[in-house]
Design a binder for this molecule. Structure first.
Ligand code: EPU
Length: 339
């Protein structure tokens, strides 16, 4: 079939907040061939927005350039020895489908990251993490297309500068790469099960199962479903803000004033504060203005109850930042990419 770029396409189906915004030009790369075609098309010279699952972006206006949706999928086992298996997965694969496939193949390492929305290709950008695990723990390397040179490049783990919700693709590499394939090194046996996150053990008890890659995945799915809104039902992008990291001394001072304040050690000198706790304490949980709101069960998640605009969600986030800063003297940084 002839490949062509569409004009004036609504992005509502392509962002998990479900907000309305138009792409002036739109192209969906369903295969690697499609990607290589668009790279040589004139539209590729325009400003570009690369969209994966659209689960970590808030669109506040129309996009005048080219929106490129990455949908090429495939996953396979590269190589295996007795202990480890190296898997390779294309950027357009749905993350949770991939995680379930690894578990069905008896491979350990990604079970705690079950049910995170989005596509594989965007997971390294912010080094997604949940329940004590981040993708950097099993990440091996990735292949990315440099949009400036048209060449493929390999990034080994140490070149990615992974940190808490952070990678080189948020700084030096921002807007420069399309992540086409990611490789993970998973375990075949002696799995490093991580149940340190309290809620997991409790959930395993509730479902009456010993810890295994399968049961941990099941527990995580249960916990996430009970706390986090399903984007197919209520528009959202997961945590809107990062949990701020402050000096231990600031945490101790805050604890004096707010004894129930929640924080976790982050290295030996810093503490990661629970932004959700602060937002709730500042009175925002379940707040709603028009269709923009704060989720009733998790204050770190902003939601679109139906017809909110991206601008309305953004305005709400600004009001929350201001209020948290006034109450606690702490500045919240968005985790979501605001466009
Ligand atoms: N809390 C409240 N009120 C709230 C929300 C949270 O008091 O409305 C308290 C909780 O009781 C708990 C603490 O804050 O003591 C932490 O809450 P939770 O375990 O729900 O995790 P989180 O820190 O809010 C982070 C990630 C999530 C991830 C969970 C589980 C960030 C920004 N968010 O949330 O990731 O699923 O931990 O590991 O680091 C995402 O990035 O989109 C995301 C959902």
């Amino acid at each position: 079939m002839e490949k062509s770029v569409s004009t004036n396409v609504s992005l509502k189906p392509y962002n998990s907040f479900g907000v309305e915004a138009n792409a002036h030009y739109f192209f969906e790369a369903k295969t690697m061939d499609d990607l290589l075609w668009i790279v040589h098309d004139d539209h590729f010279k325009l400003p570009k927005l690369i969209l994966g699952g659209g689960s970590n972006v808030l669109l506040t206006k129309d996009f005048e350039g080219l929106v490129l949706k990455i949908s090429f999928k495939e996953k396979w086992i590269e190589k295996s020895n007795e202990d480890h298996t190296l898997v390779s997965v294309m950027g357009g694969e749905v993350w949770h489908t991939f995680v379930q496939w690894t578990i069905q193949n008896g491979l350990g390492g990604l079970e705690n990251l079950s049910l995170i929305p989005g596509n594989v290709g965007t997971t390294p950008v912010q080094n997604i993490g949940a329940y004590g695990v981040e993708i950097k723990d099993t990440f091996h390397h990735l292949e990315a297309l440099n949009v400036e040179t048209g060449e493929f490049e390999i990034f080994r783990k140490e070149e990615c500068d992974f940190g808490y919700r952070h990678s080189i693709f948020k700084t030096k590499g921002k807007g420069k790469y399309i992540i086409t394939r990611v490789f993970f090194q998973l375990t075949n046996r002696n799995h490093q099960l991580n149940t340190s996150y309290g809620a997991i053990n409790k959930e395993l008890e509730t479902i009456g199962k010993e810890a295994s890659i399968q049961s941990i995945s099941e527990a995580v799915i249960n916990i996430r479903s009970s706390k986090l809104p399903n984007p197919a039902v209520i528009g959202n992008g997961g945590s809107f803000f990062k949990n701020p990291v402050v000096a231990n001394s600031q945490f101790l001072a805050l604890k004096e004033e707010f004894p129930e304040m929640v924080g976790y050690p982050s290295g030996s000198e810093q503490t990661k504060l629970a932004a959700g706790w602060m937002i709730e304490k500042a009175g925002w949980k379940n707040y709603r203005k028009g269709d923009a709101g704060v989720y009733e069960k998790q204050a770190l998640v902003l939601v679109n109850h139906g017809n909110a605009t991206g601008k309305e969600v953004l305005d709400l986030s600004i009001a929350i930042r201001k209020s948290v800063n006034e109450t606690f003297g702490v500045i919240l940084e968005p985790e979501i990419n605001i466009l």
